[in-house]
Design a binder for this molecule. Sequence first.
Ligand SMILES: [Zn+2]
Length: 409
Amino acid sequence: MRVTFGLAVAALFLAGCLEDGADVKSSESDVGAVTEAVLTLGGKTAPGTTGLLFNGTGAQKIPFQLDLPDDYWTTHTGNVEVSLRWHFVGGARYRFDLLDSVGVSVGKARGGSYAAVLLLPGLKAGTYVVAVTNEGQKAPFEGVVQVDAIAKADSVRELMPNLAALAPDQLSVSWITPLPNGAPGKACWPTEIVEKQHLRCLRVSSAVGNAGEGALEIHMSQIEGAKAAAGLGRYTQRIYSTDGKFREEPVGIGQFHPTHGHFHYNGLAQFTVYKYDVGKDLRGDKVAQSRKNGFCLIDMGLIRLGVPGTTYAHNVETACLVPHEASKTWIVGLSPSWYDLYGSFLDDQSVNINGVPDGVYELVYSVNAEKTLKESSLDDNDASTVFQLTGDNVKVLKRIEDGKHLAPS
Ligand SMILES: [Zn+2]
């Protein structure tokens, strides 16, 4: 295994994901856009990344050289991945073309909400340029070029998903964006007040990512979907292997969510608020907790770059309501490396902090809260944000994540 670059930062790259003989190099020694070997966000690094990482703002051209043996794609399965992600500022959106040595486009990607991915199976050795173009406002972006492949001789194994919590964001005890039907009292939705007896709501946005090698894919059959529309239906999780085959296991419950207007997988996430001692960095007593909330998962952005197995975004919001046309089943999930984000203005994105006095607290976001979904690790299912509460003012003091799954905020 070997990754080398024509850059001073080459030593910082972690080997481990490329097969022997696959080699991505910057084609120039002084490429200004290639500034960091290890992805840094929020003051933390994202270990486990490999490939040519670059970043910038606005339109950029990033040249690179791909060195592969002539027979590489006859002995390996996979692709060359070019991915871009950005901070969501004022409708910022990016697209890019991959150009060959004479400027002919060999592929293009247009961004979704927060990321764009281009996968090129069988891309031959050569010199290429990633030509990045911004639409709308300029915002900082980060990208990667990497060979993402496994030798065909490798034994068959399962590709498990791994749900990972991202630290909660957009904390407030007032409305950031008033709803069309008017701001309810104390930052609570009318449904939260009536159904959950919330009196004073700490609103919060939350994101869950898939840091695993495999897709999280859950199905609800026509029969179970009909049950869910009237009450509760059962989901089935599909777990794929490297040979494309899969097995299925019954998992949690699906239910229609009236204010979101689509089906949710129940019990997926929960917020808990603890006292927090800043001086000792210690969690204290629990002071508030939300219900275990349901979600419909969709692919919105990339949690990290340079991870083998990154795929195109497959899960879209319409699939939360409309069954798959051919199979008549509801199919949702999270593709490898993608995250879903629920904004703080949405119903259920709150925890009742009525009676909680001013002070410093830790808000913990837990995903796969009922542990019904099959995943490779439960160790990264909690992430938290420490904040100071003064009246209805909230000041974020720090975010606690494992450092591997950081999304742009
Ligand atoms: Zn929803």
